[in-house]
Structure formats: structure tokens, C-alpha cells
Write a protein that binds this ligand. Structure first.
Ligand code: KIV
Length: 261
């Protein structure tokens, strides 16, 4: 089935949807084969695929390059381009860079971090016909000022998150990522709005969940966040396969006659 932003929005309140990130043609094909309705070309590209310590080094050019490949790999999914650090600091920057995701990479929508403070930016993009996924709660692009703290633990912080979700949905966001929000509050925020919420470490009551594909598949060899369930350990299998290949080359078992013209 061909997914659109409108269909995704209408899926609010139905069966919870498992969504993933993808960074290239191969990972997008995997998500497409599994029928994932919406794929995020996350700025987690910087940490998972490019080896940086934070998402801050992701650039617009890198994001576009990878988003083009994801689009080719997942033609039927909604493909969302993640606006990297400082690419939407002003409304003109946001319009130009979000436009690049749609025009150059063929994305269907963009995602950006921020609540009340970014509502004006979201409105400006939506008014130009660019669907926006908002991202509130823990915002990794602000790690230098906020750290990686769980959100919504105090009444004041819960009220701030309510104000954030009200602002981004009033501005026209078609969905809202809730990252590391305490589960009871994430459930209440999900009930509060008429667009899908997508949880990242925010408990089971969101309309959808995101998992970074590298975490889900065990593609890395470092620790993963507490909320990230590893459904496979592909890096271990891959390293074992490469070791087996090296051993067979060394012993001349590979290539034998059956692999030779
Ligand atoms: O970049 C990313 O992978 C993200 C998701 C975790 C929401 O922003």
C-alpha cells in the first residue's frame, strides 16, 4: 500500500505503528520489505552511520544525499527528512532547507525539534505546503545545553510539554515525536491531540513508536539506550561471516571451482 502523510495522520488511535529510521538504500529496502509505513531519515545518521558522538555534525548536504537513497529504497512509505542542527534557526533557513528535502530528495515531510519556540517555523512551513512532524520532549540537538534528561517528571515540566504539544499541533504539525517523556504524561499527551504521537522511550501508549534501525538490528557494537530493544545482533553475524570468508581465503577453500568461471 502506498502511504501518504494524510493516511498516516488518519491512522491516529488505530493499531500502534512500528516506525524506523533508515539512512541508505539498503536499510530503506529492509524497512520497505517489512511494510513500515513511515521511515525517518534521522539526523541520527551522524551517530549511527557516520561515527560521531552526537547528532550535531549532520549537515544538510549529507542529509539530502542519504534521503535520496532512502526515497529510492522505500517508494511506498512516507519518507521524512530530519532537519539537522541549525538548518531551521530562522524561518527563511527553514523554508529553504525543508524545500530541499522535498524538491531534491523526494521526501514527503520534514521533522524538526522544538515546541512553543518553533511553532512559528512550523506554521510557515505548513503554509507553504510542507508537512511537518514536530519533535518535543528530549531534543538531542540541544544536548549541549540540556543534556539527555527524561522529560515530564515535575508538574512544571509536564505543563511545559502540554504547552509545546498544543503549540505545534495548533501550528499544523501532522504528527508529534515524544522523546523520553514519562509514560503517563506521554499517554495523556496522546489523548490530548488529534494527530499521531510517536514515542521514543515514552512508553506503550503513543500512536506509534520509533526505533533507530541500527539499534533494532544490532548493527553497532556500542551500548544502546534503555528503551531500545535489539531484535537482532546483525553486527555479530556480519563480523562472523567476514571472519569465515577471511579464513577460507587464507586456506584457499574460497574461491573453489564452483565460484570460478
Ligand atoms: O534522528 C533520529 O533518529 C530521531 C529519532 C530518534 C526520532 O530523531
Amino acid at each position: 500500500m502506498k502511504w501518504t502523510v494524510r493516511k498516516f495522520r488518519a491512522a491516529k488511535g488505530g493499531e500502534p505503528m512500528g516506525l524506523v529510521t533508515a539512512y541508505d538504500f539498503l536499510t530503506a529496502r529492509m524497512a520497505a520489505r517489512a511494510g513500515v509505513p513511515l521511515v525517518l531519515v534521522g539526523d541520527s545518521l551522524a551517530t549511527t552511520a557516520l561515527g560521531h558522538a552526537t547528532t550535531l555534525p549532520a549537515t544538510m548536504d549529507a542529509m539530502i544525499h542519504h534521503a535520496e537513497a532512502v526515497r529510492r529504497g522505500a517508494p511506498d512509505a512516507v519518507v521524512v527528512g530530519d532537519m539537522p542542527f541549525l538548518s531551521y534557526a530562522t524561518v527563511p533557513d527553514a523554508l529553504r532547507n525543508a524545500g530541499r528535502f522535498l524538491r531534491e530528495a523526494g521526501c514527503d515531510a520534514v521533522k524538526l525539534e522544538g515546541g512553543v519556540s518553533k511553532a512559528g517555523t512550523i506554521r510557515a512551513l505548513v503554509e507553504e505546503g510542507i508537512p511537518v512532524q514536530a519533535h518535543i520532549g528530549l531534543q538531542p540537538q540541544s544536548v549541549k545545553s540540556t543534556g539527555y534528561a527524561v522529560r515530564g517528571r515535575t508538574p512544571e515540566d509536564a505543563a511545559a510539554l502540554e504547552a509545546d504539544i498544543d503549540a505545534v499541533t495548533a501550528a499544523g504539525a501532522f504528527s508529534v515525536v515524544l522523546e523520553c517523556v514519562v509514560p503517563e504524561l506521554a499517554a495523556a499527551l496522546t489523548k490530548r491531540v488529534d494527530v499521531p504521537t510517536i514515542g521514543v522511550g515514552s512508553g506503550p501508549d503513543c500512536d506509534a513508536q520509533y526505533l533507530v534501525l541500527a539499534d533494532l538490528l544490532g548493527l553497532g557494537d556500542g551500548p544502546v539506550p534503555k528503551f531500545a530493544k535489539q531484535y537482532a545482533r546483525l553486527a555479530d553475524e556480519a563480523a562472523a561471516a567476514i571472519s569465515a570468508y577471511r579464513a577460507e581465503v587464507a586456506s584457499r577453500a574460497y574461491p573453489d571451482a564452483s565460484f570460478t568461471y
